[in-house]
Design a binder for this molecule. Structure first.
Ligand SMILES: Cc1cc2nc3c(=O)[nH]c(=O)nc-3n(C[C@H](O)[C@H](O)[C@H](O)COP(=O)(O)OP(=O)(O)OC[C@H]3O[C@@H](n4cnc5c(N)ncnc54)[C@H](O)[C@@H]3O)c2cc1C
Length: 243
């Protein structure tokens, strides 16, 4: 991205963007400093999606299909300089702090799906009988559910604690990363258990397969590996855990 008078001129493609073809505006991170500056040479600008030179497409995703993803292409797009967010070449570092908030929200979002799935499973296993007893009488059925109940409750409290720390202006980057790697993994596993508990019914098309695909939020907003690196860096220090 280049500064020309009172505009920035934007060229390039960003792929894999949620709601790429639906958004009215996008926050775009683009390099204004040198490559050697790393993340400290990246600025953030708010780009209205109706500016000349912008084209978009849509991918065929297996999950979150209502939102979907796509690429945004920028060809000599002139963005008014006053659309810059934060300071020049510092935008990435400044705006990225918002991710600590969204990571806790993603945790709560997927855990709500896990919680609803567990509630439906309890109801089903209490009424479905096999070998003369409700399925819930078999510990092989009810104990995994009890374990997921415990873990989902703990993960939910972690998300709430992260938001509590944020509200008080206290450090919460590591906690947010914990929400983001653990929440989606746990939700996926709990939904899988829900599906298994329904026996052959769990193999039907419908809400079960949809939930399994939708809670797979382990990639967007930062992968599990990167989240664990953030946690390690927070605890051991940046020098001990280099990029
Ligand atoms: C549903 C969804 C929604 C998305 N929405 C958006 C969006 O709105 N905006 C946006 O900008 N992007 C979005 N993304 C893109 C997402 O942020 C990237 O896909 C993600 O950051 C991983 O980058 P990558 O795909 O280039 O994988 P790569 O960087 O190629 O990584 C591939 C694998 O290698 C691992 N890996 C890479 N480097 C390291 C390392 N140093 N240490 C350990 N492991 C490593 C990764 O964790 C990953 O498992 C979305 C992706 C998905 C799936």
């Amino acid at each position: 991205m280049e500064r020309v008078g009172d505009h920035y001129v934007l060229n390039g493609e960003k792929t894999s963007i949620s709601a790429a073809d639906q958004a009215d505006a996008a926050i775009v991170f683009a390099r204004t400093g040198s490559v050697e500056d790393g993340a400290r040479g990246v600025s953030a600008v708010l780009v209205p999606m109706d500016l000349p030179g912008i084209t978009r497409n849509r991918f065929d995703c297996h999950g979150q299909r209502e939102i979907d993803r796509g690429s945004i292409f920028f060809e000599n797009v002139r963005v008014p300089a006053d659309h810059q967010l934060g300071d020049e070449s510092k935008g990435f570092v400044q705006v990225m702090q918002g991710f600590d908030f969204s990571r806790a929200l993603i945790g709560l979002q997927v855990l709500a799906v896990a919680k609803a799935s567990l509630e439906e499973t309890w109801e089903y296993v209490a009424q479905r009988e096999a070998f003369g007893k409700p399925l819930s009488a078999f510990q092989g059925v009810s104990h995994p559910l009890a374990e997921y109940e415990t873990q989902v409750e703990a993960a939910r409290l972690l998300c709430l604690q992260t938001l509590w720390l944020k509200d008080r202006g206290l450090p919460h980057t590591a906690e947010a990363a914990m929400c983001k790697w653990w929440g989606p993994k746990l939700a996926y596993d709990a939904v899988h258990q829900w599906l298994l508990s329904f026996g052959h019914g769990g193999y039907d098309r419908g809400p079960m397969e949809q939930r399994l695909r939708d809670v797979l939020s382990q990639i967007g907003d930062g992968t599990a590996q990167i989240m664990k690196t953030i946690i390690a860096r927070t605890r051991a220090g940046r020098d001990a855990v280099p990029a």
